[in-house]
Design a protein around this ligand. Structure first.
Ligand SMILES: [Ca+2]
Length: 232
């Protein structure tokens, strides 16, 4: 499989890689892949919340007391180095905090790949909870406002649910017209605990994603286009 090495152009043809759990994560990514440097600061969370800030991501109106989810740096659980970010909530949680990276400069119409390693423990969607347990990217215009992509303000990785050891979540996205910056977020709005580590954003060029398979979706597309998603 092509390793993401800055400045290195490599070729991957019809490769299939299975992750440790046996589910197909990649299939048949081919073409000349060129990765730029990681744009995010402290995506491994070794420097606490440096480069990240907490924001209210979802609010449930229950009529009862407001209970905030917890987001912390976990120095005992990590995929890379010594620390990760840990998000946790319960069926009583009504205010869900997400962590957003500081904005980084992007180029409209350029393609980016968002990568995040994630680990889950007992993540289930209770009652009226929003089904988020993933990483995502949002683009900002020169006025600082979110540039929507169709009707959606974000593009997200697949979710990590249930109990799962570390696995890499990925999403390739094309920066919309008018985007000058991007922010990456990690969020949990379900009961349980999820850890994220080694969160990275790279510009990628000359990508041809013939097919990309996750537990739930198939991605396919042409060079220069954002991959299409199909439920399988
Ligand atoms: Ca780390």
């Amino acid at each position: 499989m092509c390793k993401k090495t800055f400045g290195i152009v490599c070729v991957v043809v019809a490769s299939v890689v299975l992750d440790g759990g046996g589910s197909v994560v990649w299939a048949q990514a081919s073409g000349h892949l060129s990765w730029g440097p990681n744009l995010l600061v402290n995506g491994s969370f070794e420097d606490g919340f440096t480069g990240w800030s907490l924001t209210l991501g979802a609010r449930e109106e229950t009529g009862g007391p407001e209970v905030q989810s917890t987001v912390s740096i976990d120095s005992e659980v990590a995929h890379a180095d010594l620390a990760s970010i840990r998000l946790s909530g319960s069926s009583d949680t009504t205010l869900w905090l997400a962590a957003h990276s500081d904005p980084v400069a992007v180029r409209e119409n350029a393609q980016y790949v968002l990568l995040a390693w994630a680990k889950a423990e007992g993540v289930v969607r209770d009652a009226d909870q929003y089904p988020n347990s993933n990483a995502y990217i949002q683009f900002l215009g020169s006025d600082g406002a979110i540039v929507r992509m169709g009707r959606s303000p974000v593009r997200a990785t697949p979710k990590i649910l249930g109990t799962s050891d570390w696995r890499e979540l990925q999403r390739v996205v094309k920066a919309p017209v008018g985007a000058v910056a991007a922010q990456v977020g990690v969020a949990l709005t379900c009961t349980g605990t999820v850890w994220f580590d080694k969160v990275e954003l790279h510009e990628v060029t000359n990508v041809v994603w013939h097919k990309k398979v996750t537990d739930r979706f198939v991605f396919h597309g042409e060079a220069g286009q954002e991959p299409k998603r199909e439920v399988i």
